[in-house]
Write a protein that binds this ligand. Structure first.
Ligand SMILES: Cc1cc2nc3c(=O)[nH]c(=O)nc-3n(C[C@H](O)[C@H](O)[C@H](O)COP(=O)(O)OP(=O)(O)OC[C@H]3O[C@@H](n4cnc5c(N)ncnc54)[C@H](O)[C@@H]3O)c2cc1C
Length: 490
C-alpha cells in the first residue's frame, strides 16, 4: 500500500480539476476530489439520448501534445487511453451571400481556397498565419505556460524580448481593426474575427493579440478525439483513479476551511476534511462568494465583466448531409451588429452566426444509421436577468429558418431528438458564474492580468485551476492551469 505523507483536496472534476488531481497524485499526494455532480467532466461531459451522443460543451481539440505530455509525465502511453486524428477540412464556412469555403488543414491549400472563393490574395492569409505563429512563440511563456503573477516569469531572455516587442504583439488595436488592415475582403475579416469567440470575447473590443487564437488550428492542426471531447475527461478520470485519486460524487463542497491565513481543508455535507493543500476548480467568483465569503476577494478580478455564454440545441437529425463536415459555421450577415447585441445590448441578434458540430462525421457510433447528431450553438450573452424563455424560443426559430434556407430543407421536420442548454442551465450544471463559458471576458488589453492567479496571495496552500482563472478558458488552457499549479507546489 502506498504511504502518502501529503494530502490534497480538489473541488470539482472539470478538465482543470481532473488534470490537477492527476498531477498531485503523481507528486505523491493522497488526493480526494469532491464533485457536486453525479459524474466527472464538468463542461466536458457527455449527453446521451434517443440513440444519439453529444459532448455537452467543447468540440474542437487542439494542442493534443499537452494531454499527451500529462500521460507521459505519469509514465503512461497516451495511446493506451485515447486516440485522436488530425481533421481536414478543419471547418466549413457558409456566408449569407452564398459563398462557401473550406478551411483546409494544409495552409497553402486553405490560402488558395480563400483566394479562389473571395479574391483575397493568398499571400495575405499566409502572412497572417505566419505573424500569429510568431506572436504565439513570443507570448506563450509569459501568458500561457507560466504564472503571469510571478516575477520570475518575466526574468527570462525570451520574456524580456517579448516585452520589447509589444507593438508586434498588438495590444494597441482590436482584432477587427488588425484584420481589416490585413485583409481586403469582409468575409475573410469575419473568418478571422471569429476566433474572439473562442474565449467568449468581442473582436471589436478584444486586443489584436488574441488573433493568436487561430494559431493552433491553422499552424499546428485541429484534431478529433475518437470518442469526442468527453473522452478526454474519461481518460483523465481513468488515469487519476489508477494513480489512487479518490472521487466523491454528489458531494458539493460547502466551505473552504481557512485558519490563520492558511487553507486547512473543506466542509462537505457538514463534515470537515482536513488536508495540506486545497485546489478549487469551482468558478473563482463562486469560490470566494460561496465557499469563503468571510475572506477578502480580489474585487477587480471577480467583478471584471464576464465572457459570453452559449445557447446549444443538441439535435438528433433523421437525415445525413454530405455538404456538412465535422465543424460548420453559418455566418451572420452583420457580424458587427451581432456583437453589439451580445456585448452591449446583452441580447440575441435575430440573425446569429450558427455553429453546427457533427461528431458522427468522424465517429459513426454517435448517431443511428442515416442520422446525424447536430450540436447547434450560437453565442449569447451571459445571464444578466434576461427573459431566457422568450429569447430561446425566438433564437430557435431564427436558427431553424437560417439553416433551412442555407441547406434547402425544412430542418424542423428532421429533428427527432432535442436537448437544450442555455446560460441558466450551464450555470446550474457546472456552477459557472452567470453561465459565462470562459470566466472573465478578454475585451481589454489588460485582460490577461485580470484573471485570478493559480494561487492565493493571501491564503497559504490554496490554489485555483480551470477556465475561470489563469491562463483562461478552453480545454488546453485548463490543462495548463494544472501544470502551473504542479510547478507552484514545491
Ligand atoms: C457550450 C460550450 C462549448 C465549448 N467549446 C469549447 C471548445 O470547442 N474547445 C475548448 O477548448 N473549450 C470549449 N469550451 C470551454 C471548456 O469546456 C471549458 O473551458 C472547460 O471544460 C472548463 O473546465 P474547468 O476545469 O474550468 O471546469 P468546469 O467544466 O467548469 O467544471 C467545474 C466542475 O466543478 C464542479 N463544482 C463546482 N463547484 C463545486 C463545489 N462547490 N463542490 C463540488 N464540485 C463543484 C462542477 O460541478 C463541475 O463539474 C466550451 C464550453 C462550453 C460550455
Amino acid at each position: 500500500m502506498k504511504n502518502f505523507d501529503k494530502t490534497a483536496i480538489v473541488i470539482g472534476s472539470g478538465v482543470g480539476g481532473l488534470a490537477t488531481a492527476v498531477r498531485l497524485a503523481r507528486k505523491g499526494y493522497a488526493v480526494k476530489v469532491f464533485e457536486a455532480n453525479e459524474s466527472y467532466g464538468g463542461k466536458a461531459t457527455k449527453i446521451e439520448k434517443d440513440g444519439f451522443f453529444w459532448g455537452f460543451g467543447p468540440s474542437l481539440f487542439t494542442f493534443p501534445e499537452l494531454l499527451d505530455e500529462l500521460f507521459k509525465t505519469c509514465g503512461r502511453n497516451p495511446r493506451h487511453y485515447y486516440k485522436y486524428h488530425r481533421i481536414d477540412p478543419i471547418c466549413n464556412y457558409f456566408y449569407p451571400d452564398g459563398t462557401r469555403l473550406s478551411a483546409f488543414a494544409d495552409k497553402e491549400k486553405f490560402a488558395a481556397e480563400i483566394e479562389t472563393k473571395t479574391g483575397e490574395p493568398r499571400q495575405h492569409v499566409l502572412q497572417h498565419l505566419k505573424r500569429i505563429g510568431k506572436v504565439y512563440e513570443l507570448t506563450k511563456d509569459i501568458f500561457l505556460f507560466n504564472s503571469v503573477h510571478k516575477l520570475k516569469t518575466y526574468l527570462t531572455k525570451k520574456s524580456l524580448t517579448a516585452l520589447f516587442q509589444l507593438p508586434l504583439i498588438g495590444i494597441d488595436k482590436n482584432m477587427n481593426r488588425a484584420n481589416e488592415q490585413q485583409f481586403c475582403d469582409k468575409r475573410v475579416v469575419h473568418l478571422f474575427n471569429r476566433y474572439a469567440t473562442y474565449n467568449g470575447s468581442d473582436p471589436y473590443l478584444a486586443p489584436s493579440t488574441l488573433n493568436v487564437i487561430a494559431h493552433p488550428e491553422y499552424n499546428r492542426g485541429g484534431y478529433f478525439l475518437d470518442g469526442g471531447m468527453p473522452d478526454l475527461s474519461r481518460a483523465l478520470y481513468q488515469l487519476a483513479t489508477e494513480l489512487g485519486v479518490e472521487f466523491h460524487f454528489n458531494s458539493f463542497v460547502e466551505k473552504i476551511i481557512v485558519e490563520n491565513g492558511e487553507a486547512k481543508g473543506v466542509m462537505v455535507h457538514g463534515i470537515e476534511h482536513k488536508v495540506d493543500v486545497v485546489v478549487s476548480n469551482m468558478d473563482v467568483v463562486y469560490s470566494y462568494r460561496k465557499l469563503m465569503p468571510e475572506q477578502d476577494a480580489p474585487l477587480r478580478i471577480i467583478e471584471h465583466p464576464k465572457s459570453t455564454s452559449a445557447l446549444i440545441f443538441y439535435w438528433g437529425i433523421k437525415r445525413e448531409f454530405p455538404e456538412l463536415d465535422l465543424h460548420n459555421i453559418f455566418f451572420s450577415a452583420n457580424y458587427k451588429e451581432e456583437f453589439n447585441h451580445l456585448t452591449h445590448l446583452k441580447t440575441i441578434y435575430h440573425d446569429p452566426t450558427v455553429y453546427v458540430f457533427i461528431s458522427k462525421k468522424y465517429q459513426p457510433r454517435h448517431a443511428p444509421d442515416g442520422c446525424e447528431n447536430w450540436f447547434t450553438l450560437i453565442n449569447v450573452p451571459h445571464d444578466a436577468g434576461q427573459n431566457w424563455d422568450k429569447l430561446i424560443a425566438e433564437a430557435r426559430k431564427n436558427i431553424i429558418v437560417k439553416l433551412s434556407t442555407e441547406l434547402g430543407v425544412d430542418v424542423e421536420s428532421l429533428i427527432v431528438s432535442e436537448t437544450l442548454n442555455s446560460p441558466k442551465t450551464i450555470e446550474a450544471k457546472t456552477l459557472s458564474y452567470l453561465g459565462a463559458l470562459y470566466g472573465n471576458a478578454s475585451n481589454d488589453k489588460y485582460s490577461a492580468f485580470l484573471r485570478h492567479p493559480n494561487f492565493s496571495s493571501k491564503i497559504k496552500n490554496l490554489y485555483f485551476c480551470g477556465g475561470s482563472v489563469h491562463p483562461g478558458g478552453g480545454v488546453p488552457l485548463c490543462l495548463l492551469s494544472a501544470k502551473i499549479i504542479d510547478e507552484l507546489i514545491v
